[in-house]
Design a protein around this ligand. Sequence first.
Ligand code: HEM
Length: 534
Amino acid sequence: ATIHDQKLHRGAGGELHQFAEDGMPVLTTAQGGPVSDDQNTLRLGARGPALIDDFHFREKIFHFDHERIPERVVHARGYGAHGYFETYESLAAYTRADLFQRPGEKTPAFVRFSTVAGSKGSSDLARDVRGFAVKLYTQQGNWDLVGNNIPVFFIQDAIKFPDVIHSVKPEPDKEFPQAQSAHDNFWDFITLTPESMHMIMWVMSDRAIPRSFRFMEGFGVHTFRFVNAADESTFVKFHWKPKLGLQSVAWNEAVKINGADPDFHRRDLWQSIQSGAFPEWELCVQLFDQDFADTFDFDILDPTKLIPEEILPVKPIGRLVLDRMPENFFAETEQVAFMTQNVPPGIDFSNDPLLQGRNFSYLDTQLKRLGGPNFTHLPINAPKCPFHNFQQDGHMAMRNPVGRVNYQPNSWNQGPRESPVQGYRHFPAEEQGPKVRLRPESFADHYSQARQFYISQTSPEQRHIAAALIFELSKVETPVIRERMVSHLLNIDETLASKVGHALGFKSMPKPADAAMPTRQDLEPSPALSIIER
Ligand code: HEM
């Protein structure tokens, strides 16, 4: 046998394994063709022009040129891990969701933590909301609980989402500042949007600079429904409670960490899981009915409000353990597609107008981000239960209906069938009313819970909130925007407002904001406000 022959080996199935001279597998093109030289392009003479026959070079560069996909329009920077969810007890009285029927049942999970505003390459310790997106691969299909580490949100209606996000991202002409919140556009939008006041207090607090993902809470934010086998509905709010407790860093620490190690949070998750210190959260619920909901001044459909845990304690219903890092960041963490619309039978939506808009948005954005309608064929997005349907073709289709039948009803008695018993039944909520664009009166109080949050903080935490507001607003160059924010703060806490106003150089305080009135949009500070000393 020649040397050449010794480097070939046929496998049991007749496949040809080719080895390079040092015994490593031979490099091939994507078409499987063996490559002889990966160091030099094909040229006419050693110093001559490149030749178009060089299919290996062309394929290699072509593929490289297409490596990037669009980053997520929000939550671009994230880090994920695999794990499982373990059910504590049967919740059959409340929900027919299969994953909540049997104590001890384990459901595979994938979780992605993220920052909202920064780009994919931004730093981990930014002052920002953190995404806490959980995909549970249940036996009745995937359930995505796409939450944040803050229990409320900036806006009450999804139609404002592009505005809040545009305002927080870098300004379109200059493409800076990168620092998410520290600029005029963001504070302009916030101060013209009083419904954001509760959320903004959380964002100015230590919650927005977590020590690591392992020390964060997570929240489903919206009111959802549990629906049991008898089609009875219970409202539910979801909370993730970290076993390690809640910890944040101080702002000066965050700034230093960002400079020294912008990957601090992902490194922490990687190292803890690789070393066997598996982070864990309890899934807790607040369960309530319409009568209970009616006892509040605020509306349980309003995503800028929470139900205080002192009034309705959370009930632990299971635990989430993250015990395995992805083998490939791009294939798993980057290509995972979370969607609020992914719910199994027994979990349903409320009329929260933010949730309703989200249910539309995620599928839409992923069609673009993941390049077509077949992103559920990617292993990270595919269900882990048996599934059957007649969807076919499209870009990158990896599976198609097999055999003659790709429709139903059909006379060949083939293929899957719908099932009114096993299938997803939407809760038959009775709805009626005129078709209007109208914010309900029950969504009108923007300050009470902002105040409650502020006064619930310890004094060092309150000092941090004041310092954050002073730092952020000192970066705002337009005086009237600073004035507007202080006028909102007057409705939240007067001491806080005057502390911030004083630090910003106000000689007198503005009038408290009137949330019911259209906020002033002109750029002149009020005459009562002396020119700010900068
Ligand atoms: C992405 C949470 C509101 C549109 C995300 C992600 C999270 C999240 C955690 C990252 C998912 C991942 O890791 O892949 C939330 C929460 C919201 C909220 C908790 C409010 C309570 C909205 C609204 C819209 C929206 C109102 C639009 C109407 C999007 C889009 C993405 C996204 C387009 C990018 C998805 C992707 O490309 O994979 N959101 N979001 N979100 N969210 Fe939201």
